[in-house]
Design a protein around this ligand. Structure first.
Ligand SMILES: [Zn+2]
Length: 301
């Protein structure tokens, strides 16, 4: 029997059906209703669940949910920064009511991404893994000693909010100087514009990557600055958690060597302790499906 997996974020809701080896035999996505109320967002999720159950012939063995954070595993509620309508929303209970009689497991989208890459992607065989997504924000999750590490409330691995600039910009989390405010796509673009990059108003991080690839000096500096901030965070988290591998996915990471080359160079400068010299940083392999695969793993496929 198949496992139903969900990946719920600020821009889209994805549903999938995974077999026992973690292969997705069905996937579907819909946009997250922008600015939607709690029930409007839930209606989108419920429709995706209903569609997946029809595909499965009505029965699944378990449900795994990846949801953007923060979440609260103790109450099964979620309070995602990027879904304002869900403020303490009882997601685990709602899903359990929609799919009665089977186990339901909730996890953060970062830990599910890390778990998916660990199971079937670039993190196979790693013992102590940080999985990260660098796109419009910076997210992450930990797999420690081969198992997902959720922490006290389910929010361990929120590495986008590791502070790398003590007097830095105000972050979406309310804090200041988080690595997200330096390395996330919109922040790369904002810095580049403030430092003389001239581009159309709708130019995004992809356009910035194109400019950097063509040799634009400001665009290149923006990527170097973002890469150094990520390296500082990775060195810190690597030291705290004694990691052996970091897997990076997301739109900004798709710029390849533009990000990875300066990141690895800066990491070699920051991470000098003996136990960190073997720490490797590699691109993710599963793309947007890592969260679904990890949610299925979390559900105990
Ligand atoms: Zn923050």
């Amino acid at each position: 029997m198949l496992t139903l997996c969900l990946d719920i974020g600020g821009t889209k809701v994805a549903a999938g059906l995974a077999d026992a080896r973690g292969a997705l035999v069905h996937t579907a996505t819909c946009p997250t209703p922008p600015g939607g109320s709690a029930e409007q967002v839930w209606a989108a999720v419920a429709a995706m669940i209903a569609g997946a159950l029809r595909e499965a012939g009505g029965a699944v063995r378990a449900v795994g949910i990846a949801c953007s954070g923060p979440i609260d595993l103790n109450s099964g509620t979620v309070n995602p920064i990027n879904i304002p309508g869900w403020d303490g929303f009882p997601l685990a209970d709602r899903v359990a009511a929609a799919v009665p009689g089977v186990p339901v497991r909730l996890g953060g989208d970062g830990v599910c991404m890390a778990l998916g890459e660990h199971w079937r992607g670039a993190g196979r065989g790693a013992g102590f893994l940080l999985g990260m997504v660098v796109s419009t924000g910076v997210g992450g999750g930990l797999v420690l000693n081969g198992a997902p590490y959720a922490g006290r409330t389910g929010n361990a691995g929120h590495v986008g909010h590791v502070v790398v600039e003590q007097d830095g910009e105000r972050c979406s989390c309310g804090g200041r100087g988080c690595v997200e405010t330096v390395a996330a796509g919109p922040w790369l673009v904002r810095w580049a514009r403030a430092n003389g990059w001239s581009a159309p108003p709708d130019a995004d991080a992809h356009a910035l990557a194109d400019a950097a690839a063509s040799g634009d000096a400001v665009a290149l500096r923006a990527f170097h600055r973002g890469a150094r901030a990520l390296a500082a965070m990775i060195a810190s988290v690597g030291a705290a958690c004694d990691l052996d591998l970091v897997v990076i996915g997301g739109g900004v990471a798709q710029s390849g060597g533009l990000l990875f080359d300066p990141l690895r160079a800066a990491l070699a400068d920051y991470a000098r302790l003996d136990f960190l010299t073997a720490l490797r940083v590699v691109p993710a392999e599963l793309g947007g499906q890592a969260g679904l695969v990890g949610a299925a793993r979390l559900a105990g496929v």
